[in-house]
Design a protein around this ligand. Structure first.
Ligand code: PSU
Ligand code: MN
Length: 306
C-alpha cells in the first residue's frame, strides 16, 4: 500500500527552490472558527507566512488525497463546507483508505508535515487535558503526537478551556519540551499569562531552531511545543475569561457534549458569550504564531544538514 502527497503548486515550487515551509492545520478552519471568518483568517495567516519569507502549507485530506498546501478555491470550499470530519492520528488512515475528506487536527497535521519533510507548524492552541479528565479521561491525542513526531509546533500555549496544570504535567511525563517564547509564564491562549511557569524559555527563533535540530541529533523522537504569548493589545485577561469558560464547560456537561465535539462546542459557546471578542483574539494569536513559525522555519533551513 502506498500513498502520495498532493502538493499545491506553491508548495511544490517551494520544495524545488528549497524555501522554508510552515505547515498549517485545517481543523481550526472547519471546527475552530465560524464561516466566513475562518477562510479570511486562513488566508491572512498564509500571507503572514509569505511576508516572513516562508511558504505556507495548509494540510487536509480531500477525496482520499493527503494535501499539503491548498489551492485558494479548495480552501474556500473546505471552509464553507458543513459536517467535515475532524481527523486525528486515529482517523487518518481510514479516511485516506476510503477516499474520504477531512480536516486535520494538530496531531494529524504533525504526521502529514513530517511525512512531507516539514519541521515547523503553526496553529492557535494545541489540544490537551480537558477539565474533568479525572472522570472523562479526555486527553487530546495532540499531546502524544508531540512526544513521537519531530515537528516544532508554535501555539499560544494550550487552549484555556483545558486544565492547564494537568496538560503541563502530561507533557512533562511524555518528555515534550514546552518552551515559552520570550517570557517565563506558560501562555493561556487568549491571555498572555496563566500564572503557571513554563518549564523552558527561549528568546529567539534561532535558538528554537537549534533546539529542534539538537533533538534530532540526539536521536530523540518527538517535537517541541513553542508557547508564544498573544500580543498584549489583543489579549483577554484570564480572570475575565474564567467564569465564561466555566459556564461553557457546565453547558457541555449538562448537554452531554463529549469527545471530538467538545472543543468545537466550547469555542463556539465562548465566541457567543464574548460577542466575538474571543474570535478576534484567536485570529490575532494565530497570525502571531504564523509569523514566529516562519522565522523558526527559516532558521532551521539555514542550519547545516546533520
Ligand atoms: N487551535 C485553535 N482552534 C482549534 C484547534 C486548535 O485555535 O479548533 C483544534 C486543533 O485542531 C486541535 C484540536 O488539534 O482543536 C483539539 O481537539 P481535541 O481536543 O478533540 O483533541
Ligand atoms: Mn478529546
Amino acid at each position: 500500500m502506498t500513498f502520495t502527497h498532493h502538493y499545491s503548486a506553491e508548495v511544490a515550487a517551494a520544495r524545488e527552490a528549497g524555501t522554508a515551509i510552515v505547515a498549517l492545520e485545517s481543523t481550526i478552519i472547519t471546527h475552530g472558527m465560524p464561516y466566513p471568518q475562518n477562510v479570511d483568517t486562513a488566508r491572512l495567516v498564509e500571507d503572514d507566512i509569505r511576508k516572513a519569507g516562508a511558504c505556507p502549507a495548509t494540510i487536509a485530506v480531500l477525496d482520499g488525497q493527503l494535501c499539503v498546501g491548498l489551492e485558494p478555491e479548495t480552501l474556500d470550499k473546505l471552509g464553507a463546507a458543513k459536517g467535515v470530519a475532524k481527523l486525528s492520528r486515529a482517523d487518518l488512515a481510514v479516511c485516506l483508505a476510503m477516499g474520504g475528506t477531512g480536516a486535520t487536527t494538530v496531531a494529524a497535521t504533525m504526521i502529514a508535515a513530517h511525512l512531507a519533510g516539514i519541521g515547523v507548524f503553526a496553529t492557535g492552541g494545541i489540544g490537551g487535558v480537558h477539565k474533568g479528565a479525572e472522570t472523562s479521561f479526555d486527553i487530546s491525542a495532540d499531546l502524544h503526537e508531540l512526544a513521537q513526531t519531530p515537528v516544532t509546533v508554535v501555539a499560544a500555549g494550550a487552549k484555556a478551556i483545558l486544565d492547564l496544570p494537568k496538560t503541563l504535567e502530561v507533557l512533562e511525563t511524555l518528555g515534550v519540551p514546552v518552551i515559552a517564547y520570550g517570557q517565563d509564564d506558560f501562555p493561556a491562549f487568549w491571555s498572555r499569562a496563566s500564572s503557571l511557569a513554563a518549564p523552558l524559555r527561549l528568546d529567539t527563533a534561532a535558538d528554537i531552531a537549534r533546539a529542534h535540530a539538537m533533538r534530532g541529533a540526539l536521536g530523540l523522537p518527538g517535537g517541541q511545543l513553542v508557547a508564544n504569548p498573544i500580543p498584549e493589545e489583543d489579549e483577554i485577561p484570564l480572570p475575565e475569561l474564567e467564569p465564561i469558560i466555566a459556564a461553557a464547560q457546565s453547558a457541555a456537561d449538562t448537554q452531554g457534549i463529549r469527545g471530538k465535539a467538545l472543543t468545537p462546542f466550547l469555542l463556539s459557546r465562548i465566541f457567543d458569550t464574548t460577542e466575538g471578542r474571543s474570535l478576534t483574539a484567536n485570529i490575532a494569536l494565530v497570525r502571531n504564531n504564523a509569523r514566529l513559525a516562519a522565522r523558526i522555519a527559516r532558521e532551521l533551513s539555514a542550519l547545516p544538514e546533520t
